[in-house]
Design a binder for this molecule. Structure first.
Ligand SMILES: Cc1cc2nc3c(=O)[nH]c(=O)nc-3n(C[C@H](O)[C@H](O)[C@H](O)COP(=O)(O)OP(=O)(O)OC[C@H]3O[C@@H](n4cnc5c(N)ncnc54)[C@H](O)[C@@H]3O)c2cc1C
Length: 416
């Protein structure tokens, strides 16, 4: 057996790290405080998103957040709180929301997304995870207003400059590709570079494959502390015991900041809550789409259609705010003719917490304080898409191999 590696967190990021490390012969243990059957890696929209080249921290976002603070059903919500971590995050977010940051972030986001898309493709081709849904039909950005349309067309031009496959659709082209859209829709941009998946299916298959290939899972076990000396973590302490490790990976999603504090590390994060509604009856949804004005994601998954949305920065909690879920359902009905999401479907909504860094870029890499710790979190709205690339990069860092891409922009100790 190879060196012992402990991964804290069994979401898509932690499991992707386990996948690539176990391929390299490492002895891998995944510790997760939950049953590993819910949360962000299960409720997400399943998009693989080279199209999302603009980070959340971009000009105008702070103003939007403040404007929407008082709207109970807005798609982006920051709950004002006198909490130092939140206030620092908001300050860094505001400082990062500049055009120069966006310009720097674009190639990084694009490269890591394309790497991850290829890796999803390799996983699919390997058959290791069965014949999971991986469809490359692209992503439609549906808009009703000229303002959203113009904004998206600008992003599309930038994406084209980056070599991504994208086209503007006429209304006729759009209606042929996706019938039954409301007449209110003015047009769409089609990002052909994107793909979609069913997260639940991949998570189940990943867990099964990893278990069968020697990865040890400690479920319902919470990492609560560490023992360390000089630059080495010697043990991970949980609520049930302690584990020695040669390498430790923190991939604990929105909880990573609190865990990192135990090591006196500052990893700035906020939980960005999002909701999903599954509609398990036929809908006319053929292509994945983002309903631009409402910021709702629609995905035709393997056995149902998923409607997902909202970015609610209200701390770590899983309270379901029905008015926000209802806003998602309402938006769906206003973009697709005849689509009505029922009260039963609304009441079965689930939520998950995105780990949101202030500049919208993930944290991937080692810190200066420990030689045997790597951080893999902060992926915000792209964690599903970027899971495999993150896992691969982490395995390359730990095994001292050549990196698949330059990751200096993702340094966990970068300044904002
Ligand atoms: C509604 C919604 C839609 C989304 N749509 C998309 C999309 O279409 N495409 C995309 O790319 N991304 C999307 N995302 C974002 C994506 O889902 C997340 O970025 C991603 O799932 C984060 O994965 P993770 O492994 O970092 O965290 P998580 O999935 O949150 O996993 C972290 C795990 O760590 C465990 N943990 C935490 N603390 C401890 C501890 N102390 N000890 C042990 N275990 C611990 C938790 O139990 C959890 O299982 C969406 C998110 C939401 C909410």
């Amino acid at each position: 057996m190879g060196k012992k590696t402990i991964i804290i967190g069994g979401g898509i990021v932690g499991l992707s790290c386990a996948y690539y490390l176990s391929e390299l012969g490492y002895e891998v243990t995944v510790i997760d405080k939950s049953e590993m059957d819910g949360g962000a890696s299960y409720v997400n929209a399943g998009y693989l998103t080279p199209s999302h080249i603009i980070p959340l921290a971009s000009p105008g976002m702070m103003a939007k957040g403040i404007k929407w603070m008082f709207k109970s059903a807005s798609p982006f919500y920051m709950q004002p709180r006198l909490d130092m971590d939140f206030l620092k995050w908001a300050w860094y977010f505001s400082r990062s929301s500049t055009s120069s940051h966006v310009e720097k972030a674009i190639p990084l986001i694009k490269d890591i997304n394309l790497l991850s898309m290829d890796l999803y493709g390799d996983m699919h081709a390997s058959g290791n995870l069965g014949n999971f849904q991986l469809e490359k039909k692209g992503l439609l950005m549906l808009y009703k207003t000229t303002k959203e349309g113009n904004h998206e067309k600008e992003v599309a031009l930038r994406a084209k400059d980056e070599g991504l496959e994208v086209r503007e659709l006429t209304k006729d082209q759009l209606n042929t590709l996706q019938p039954n859209l409301s007449d209110e829709i003015d047009g769409a941009v089609h990002y052909l570079c994107d793909a979609h998946t069913s997260p639940n299916e991949i998570m189940q298959n990943l867990k099964r494959y990893l278990s069968e290939n020697g990865v040890d899972f400690k479920l319902r076990e919470e990492a609560i502390d560490f023992t360390f000396q000089n630059k080495k973590i010697s043990k991970v302490i949980t609520n049930k015991g302690s584990y020695e490790a040669d390498d430790v990976i923190i991939a604990a999603g929105s909880w990573s900041q609190n865990l990192a504090k135990k090591l006196r590390l500052k990893i700035n994060l906020q939980a960005g809550k999002g909701y999903r509604i599954n509609v398990k009856r036929p809908t006319d949804v053929i292509l994945p789409a983002i309903l631009m004005e409402a910021k709702v994601a629609v995905t035709p998954m393997k056995e149902f259609t998923r409607f997902a949305g909202t970015m609610e920065l209200s701390g770590i909690n899983h309270k379901i705010k029905t008015n926000r879920v209802r806003a998602i359902a309402h938006a769906a009905g206003s973009y697709y003719n005849g689509l009505e999401i029922s009260e039963t479907e609304i009441s079965a909504a689930k939520c998950g917490l995105r780990p949101v860094s202030p500049d919208g870029l993930p944290y991937i890499g080692k810190t200066s304080k420990f030689d045997n710790l790597t951080i893999a979190t902060g992926h915000a709205m792209m964690g599903w898409s970027l899971g495999p690339a993150t896992g691969k990069l982490i395995s390359e860092i730990i095994s001292d191999s050549k990196l698949s891409m330059d990751i200096s922009g993702f340094h966990p100790e970068r300044k904002f």
